[in-house]
Design a protein around this ligand. Sequence first.
Ligand code: HEC
Length: 320
Amino acid sequence: MDDNKNYFDDDEIFETEVDWWKIFKNPHRWAPLYFIVTIVLIVTCGSYFVTNFNTIFENKHAPMPDTTANEATGELAMKRASLSEGLDINLYYVPSDTLLARGKELYDVNCFACHGTEGDGQGPAGVALNPKPRSFKNPEGWTNGRRIVDIFKTLKEGIPKNGMLAYDFMPPADRFAMIHYVRSFAGDYPEPTPDEIAMADTVHSISLGDSIPAQIPVALAMEKVIAEDSTIKANIDDILEYVGVYNERPGARIFDLVSTDKRKSLEVLSRSTAWRNNFNNFTAIITSNLLDNGFCSVASRLSTRQWATLHSYMAELFTE
Ligand code: HEC
């Protein structure tokens, strides 16, 4: 009988109240707690992810390098495209003290970073280049060659695929100065022949004067690009509004049928004027790149008359 009583009193079987201490002492009874903690974790992480979705993948630790901070050369000066004055090529083909001094001055600003002050190709900016900047002391493996006419070509055109820049904006007289300075790094450069001089004059039009491309400051160029882009945007907003308001016009209805993305369609058309007076260009622009240009395949089922209506309507939108 006593046994029975004990049996029913035993609170390991019947627990009328939660005994926290006992639960604490038996880790296997914490299971519901794990469950709750897991749910809370999932919900917190989930809601953090959802509310910060737009920024969560941004790389906050490696900001874009500030390219304005380490501009080495400063801004380019504004220059009109010009014809350089003709030079007496025979004078400039011979290294003189004046030319060499001018050459060193220019070299120490424009070239040393890659080719090194000693002309050995060990400049600090050349480290990352492959192939390495040429060593002017080593006669082997030149791409264009070591004659004056060859180096003139190198400076005029650059060797873009190998990282050698073009210095076509420099007057030919300065290019000659640098060429002689470069060649002064070693004693074994080929002497110019009369044939070479004549050839250089023909190819690079030295005594007649060569053209020098225009150069505008980088900042101004960027400004222009941005300004052009925003005038296009402003126009397209106007046009879209007009299209929306006068949507009963026959041209507007056809436009509605053939374009799935009117803004994109208008942007594509705004990039060129060649279609405005030319029906074939117009249909070609639209049908050549369906989907990518905002138009859809309905366009290919238009009758010639519908095409004509659409054409004059679109042309009108851009001229108004
Ligand atoms: C940005 C780095 C860089 C700068 C700045 C630079 N060069 Fe170079 N240059 C190179 C590289 C790289 C080559 C190697 C190209 C190749 O092997 O085809 C090269 C090659 C040359 C060559 C040899 C072309 C040939 O036929 O192989 C000459 C000459 C030359 N540079 C002259 C100059 C002069 C003069 C200047 C300054 C006005 C200059 N470079 C500025 C990177 C540079």
